[in-house]
Ligand binder design. Structure first.
Ligand code: ATP
Ligand code: MG
Length: 543
């Protein structure tokens, strides 16, 4: 059989990731009555980052691809760190990526159902109130090879546990004095089965339920049950939950009344070079003002990447390119940079921007004369058209492009800095770009000085100087920050076409890179962020 004859179906199979294969198999076998339902379950304790985008793309992507639904469920079982600010930003970022949930749910919507289920477990002798401290309980856990020690409260009467459970929730029990634990198996080889904690006391108002509850369910006691209450079929999460899966299934078995069961599947989380992905550390960067906020363009957050000039398509392409596996690894951040370069190459108008300007005067060009020339907006896309660009006797060029031998002279200030350079103009070599001299040693970019507009340009680079900031256990992550991750250039000149640009608009500054308009722009001054340089300069530096 020649390659061409391979059936289309087979071709398609090859490109499926392992989760899609599972879903297709389940559909083929008629599981869940042909239903596909997923959820994206963020804890509203921070902004979404590029790692979350990987989870968003599979959760929503699976539902889209197989005609199912994906709900957004806020996993808000810990009032200590949660806030509505995060809820709003999470919704904005998911929609920005181009996905839409069917329903918004909150784990806190199920506090009553979870409570009732906990009461059921106590009644069945499968849960008890433990009055030991968290430290004491941790000490008795044992190790994977040494069985744990049963709590002295393990065999207390059902009624006693029921009464105390109510007291845990009424405000009579201080934080840390009691917990509700499942009574499973203190000798299990799976540590999660050694009487896991189901409820603890927190005297902190919840962003949705206020002071109604004082006893709050733990993640493990809320997640799977929430999946079950909602009718989730495929509960997709990251690999660190593999060891939690037996407990997830155990709770569902206690709860389920029919055949339906949600199932958990785990994929490799995204770890990326030169990047920290822990919400706790990102929050520290924000709180200690080491970055300007969650949306600082150096942050791996989706709002940071958006402000930096990343398009939703570039992020989705990146996620597609790295795929989903069952093994953890480290992704090179240059793949993300490649994805945005590739997308903007197709979409961004080519303009002239001079970052470090020096004035070039064409001494043989008539004073006061202006010509216009046609400039193609994007050679990759004819439909983007062209525009008129002005040319005159005085041009701004990059200081780095100034070559003394190509010039007829220059003017310096008292410190010896060149302020103006002089050259003769050769009409034969003029084009959208100016050839530097008659032998056409190189091409430079320029902006007509009388027509240029002022701009500030923020040159962003990687936030961390080391490849694996999370792996540097010896050092505090704040010592690993790249001191040159932001360089501000205040006196840049850009062509007048950019006068109408608004925040988030992206452009290619020819020969330099991709830039977008920052929200800090004012009527007087545009502010541009460097999204990414035209070429990957880190590779060169480090090899
Ligand atoms: P925390 O560090 O506070 O536990 P988290 O990063 O796990 O938070 P959640 O809000 O619990 O964040 O995550 C929501 C979903 O996103 C979960 O399904 C989680 O597995 C997934 N997720 C989080 N980080 C990554 C990552 N780096 N790569 C892929 N998926 C991720
Ligand atoms: Mg989590």
């Amino acid at each position: 059989m020649s390659q061409k004859e391979i059936p289309a179906v087979e071709e398609n199979k090859k490109s499926l990731n392992f989760i899609e294969q599972i879903v297709e198999n389940d559909l083929k076998e008629g599981k869940n009555d042909g239903r596909v339902q997923t959820r994206f379950p963020p804890e509203p304790n921070g902004y979404l980052h590029i790692g979350h985008a990987k989870a968003v793309c599979i959760d929503f992507g699976i539902a889209e691809r197989y005609g199912g639904i994906c709900n957004l469920r806020f996993d808000d079982t810990n009032p200590v760190k949660e806030d509505v600010e995060y809820v709003d930003s999470i919704m904005e970022d998911i929609q920005w990526l181009g996905f839409q949930w069917k329903n918004v749910f909150y784990a806190s919507d199920y506090f009553q159902q979870l409570w009732d289920f906990a009461v059921q477990l106590i009644r069945e002798g499968k849960a008890y109130i433990d009055e030991q401290s968290a430290e004491e309980i941790a000490r008795q856990k044992g190790t994977p090879t040494v069985p744990g020690t049963p709590s002295p409260y393990r065999e207390r009467p059902v009624q006693e546990s029921l009464d105390l459970f109510h007291k845990m929730n009424s405000g009579e029990v201080p934080e840390g004095k009691m917990v509700l634990r499942a009574k499973i198996d203190m000798a299990s080889s799976n540590m999660h089965f050694r009487d896991p904690i189901l409820y603890r006391v927190l005297h902190i108002p919840h962003h949705r339920t206020g002071t109604a509850w004082k006893a709050y369910p733990m993640y493990d006691f809320a997640h799977g049950q929430s999946d079950y209450f909602e009718g989730v079929t495929h509960s997709i999460c990251t690999l660190e939950f593999v060891v939690h899966r037996p407990l997830y299934d155990w709770f569902i078995d206690q709860l389920a009344t029919g055949d339906y069961r949600p199932h958990q599947y785990e994929f490799n989380r995204l770890n990326m070079t030169y990047t920290l992905m822990s919400k706790r550390k990102l929050l520290q960067l924000v709180q200690e003002k080491l970055v300007s906020g969650w949306d600082d363009p150096r942050m791996p957050t989706l709002c940071g990447l958006r402000r930096r000039g990343y398009t939703p398509q570039s992020i989705r392409n990146f996620v597609d390119s790295i795929g989903y596996t069952k093994y953890d690894g480290m992704i090179d951040v240059s793949l993300l940079e490649f994805a945005v370069r590739e997308d903007l190459n197709k979409k961004a108008v080519r303009v002239s921007g001079v970052i470090d300007p020096v004035k070039l005067i064409l001494t043989n060009y008539p004073e006061g004369q202006t010509e216009e020339m046609e400039a193609v907006n994007n050679p990759e896309d004819e439909s983007m058209g062209s525009r008129r660009v002005k040319f005159s006797r005085e041009l701004w060029i990059e200081r780095d492009d100034f070559m003394e031998d190509a010039c007829t002279g220059c003017k310096k200030d008292e410190d010896g800095n060149i302020t103006e350079v002089y050259a003769e103009y050769d009409p034969q070599t003029r084009s959208g770009m100016l050839e530097a001299n008659r032998k056409v040693k190189g091409t430079i970019h320029w902006v007509s000085a009388p027509h240029a507009i002022d701009a500030e340009v923020r040159l962003y680079d990687r936030l961390f100087i080391v490849e694996d900031p999370a792996g540097e256990k010896e050092k505090d992550f704040r010592e690993l920050l790249n001191p040159d991750s932001l360089i501000v250039k205040k006196n840049c000149k850009v062509e007048e076409y950019l006068a109408g640009a608004v925040p988030l608009d992206s452009f290619q500054f020819q020969r330099i890179g991709y830039f977008n308009v920052d929200a800090d722009s004012t009527g007087e001054k545009l502010v541009f962020n460097r999204t990414v340089a035209l070429k990957d300069s880190w590779k060169k530096q480090n090899s």
